[in-house]
Design a protein around this ligand. Structure first.
Ligand code: NDP
Length: 310
């Protein structure tokens, strides 16, 4: 008997890819969409931006499997439902995130951002070259992605610090924990990388108060979630010259509307939520494995802590 997985997602193309992969490689599972006649009996759902009323539509659900690393898209009703929730954890995604952050770090460290802006104005200007250890990179979030990025940047010679809820011990990374310690890390930061999950505790954490705690000319890289940034306060900090600029991959509104002033803010570089993806194969394999584990009453993999919401 195949394990039934109800796929609730707002992205038709993504759904087709997942279903096609599962049909080819996971014939022990059956992935169905909400309009399938078996949907009402499904106990396990694979989710990507599910509706707020998912639980009233499908009251038999007993386990939610986010098809992503972050779970904020499930929304508060599902996150606080008490149902077990799992997410995707993927080595390729760690590597991809490091590549993205490295690009951002090099942009600021080697002044490629400034050279690019000068190009637009046919302006020739050289900048002094500094060695990696002179550049202080701080990471918000030392989880699966943040820890990997911190370790990899430290191996490249950068002076790396990191901040999390509970204190970590990571070779060659200065670790800070808890709200009270954040200003101590920020004051010694040239490049701040956000890799926190979005939760009530981290919403708009990148705000004026935080920017003011950074040294003049600090650079921001946000690849967490758009909800982490107070966009108006970021634009102000960059246009007033306190911050040197920012690389933003994620936004409160995606796709980012053409009228959003972030596009026009000199010093802000925008990428369309492309920092790092989990592969289709890892999503289908992990989701299928977890659905089977749930069915067989085995411990689930990559389960989030529902109290903390990540
Ligand atoms: P994890 O859950 O593994 O790690 C989260 C880290 O953040 C932990 O170190 C945790 O601390 C810390 N943290 C959480 N809340 C707080 C808080 N209030 N104060 C201080 N530290 C806190 O997440 P991942 O590393 O897997 O992913 C991080 C985020 O990256 C995802 O939630 C997602 O939003 C984003 N992402 C973005 C992608 C993109 O393409 N732009 C791709 C993939 C993910 P502790 O260890 O003490 O619990």
């Amino acid at each position: 008997m195949k394990t039934l997985i109800l796929l609730i997602s707002n992205d038709d193309e993504f759904n087709q890819g997942l279903i096609h992969y599962a049909q080819q490689h996971r014939q022990d599972t059956e992935w169905i969409l909400p309009n399938d006649q078996q949907a009402a009996s499904a106990e396990v759902a694979a989710c990507w931006f599910p509706d707020n009323n998912t639980l009233s539509q499908f009251p038999n659900l007993k386990c939610l499997l986010a098809v992503s690393a972050g779970v904020d898209h499930l929304g508060s009703a599902l996150l606080t439902s008490g149902l077990p929730i799992c997410r995707i954890v993927n080595e390729e995604q760690q590597r991809g995130m490091f590549e993205f952050v490295l690009w951002g770090v090099l942009n600021a460290h080697r002044h490629f951002d400034r050279a690019h802006m000068n190009h637009a104005e046919c302006h020739w200007q050289r900048y002094p070259q500094q060695a990696a250890p002179a550049i202080r990179v701080s990471i918000l979030g030392l989880g699966v992605l943040g820890k990997y990025v911190a370790q990899s940047l430290a191996e490249m010679g950068y002076s790396v610090s990191g901040w999390s809820r509970s204190l970590k011990d990571i070779d060659n990374v200065t670790c800070f924990a808890g709200n009270a310690s954040l200003p101590s890390m920020l004051k010694d930061t040239d490049i701040l990388v956000n890799l926190l999950p979005l939760s009530p505790a981290t919403t708009h954490i990148l705000n004026k108060k935080l920017f003011d705690s950074l040294p003049h000319n600090a650079y921001i890289i946000n690849c967490g979630r758009g909800g982490h940034v107070n966009e108006a306060e970021l634009i102000q900090a960059v246009t007033q010259g306190h911050l040197r600029g920012a690389l933003l991959d994620v936004f409160e509104e995606e796709p980012l509307s053409a009228s959003n002033p972030l596009w026009q803010t000199k010093g802000i570089l925008i990428t369309p939520h492309m920092a790092s993806e989990a592969s289709l194969s890892s999503i289908v394999e992990q989701t299928s494995d977890n659905a089977k584990r749930f069915e067989q009453n085995f411990p689930l993999m990559n389960k989030i802590n529902s109290e903390q919401g990540y």
